[in-house]
Design a protein around this ligand. Sequence first.
Ligand SMILES: *Cc1c(COP(=O)(O)O)cnc(C)c1O
Length: 217
Amino acid sequence: MSTIQKNIEAIYKTLSENIRLIAVSKTKPIADLQEAYDAGQRDFGENKIQEMTEKSEQLPKDIRWHMIGHVQTNKVKYMAPYVYMIHAVDSLKLLKEINKQASKYNRTIKCLLQLKIAKEEEKFGLNGEELIEILDSEIFKDMKHLEINGLMGMATFTADTSIIKNEFNKIANLMQDLQPKYPFLNELSTGMSGDYQIAITKGSTMVRIGSAIFGER
Ligand SMILES: *Cc1c(COP(=O)(O)O)cnc(C)c1O
């Protein structure tokens, strides 16, 4: 068994069945993704549309491709034919474009709204008010070619686990508060190689793990 396959198996042992593992394969060669695929992995995450598109053309068609990076509106069209889920949606403008491009292929694209939970300035994402504004907007209600399935968040990059716990608590609590009114919010995409064990104690349903599977980038 290869290292990649061993890593995947070890991670699955720590995850309960209701948590989906997204193998984050950005910057890694096709051969590495194929190894993970051969181990049964079907959900892959990438953060650049061009790289994801090239890989999707070379790999089996039953892979579910997750765009986990920040998305520029003018590039949505390149992934609209095949992308399974877009994790980091942070504006109504972007949702409009996703809906428009998905309609051209008569597809429904799954989306998560990115909530800003970290302290760092450079992290993208919405605050709670902006999120509700999108969910309540008439424009969103008319979008037939996308679904908003839940929320995504990235914790501060720190060794201080109490900060990470707080941030994951914040997003889990917000989702619980929103669920009665917006029952379609079911997925919580939180947790990376360094913090997924904390994330799964705080309600994560999707962990996005790269280096712990494929090695350092
Ligand atoms: C790269 C990346 C990951 C995976 O990071 P690792 O630390 O390698 O597990 C997860 N989420 C996002 C948004 C990323 O860009």
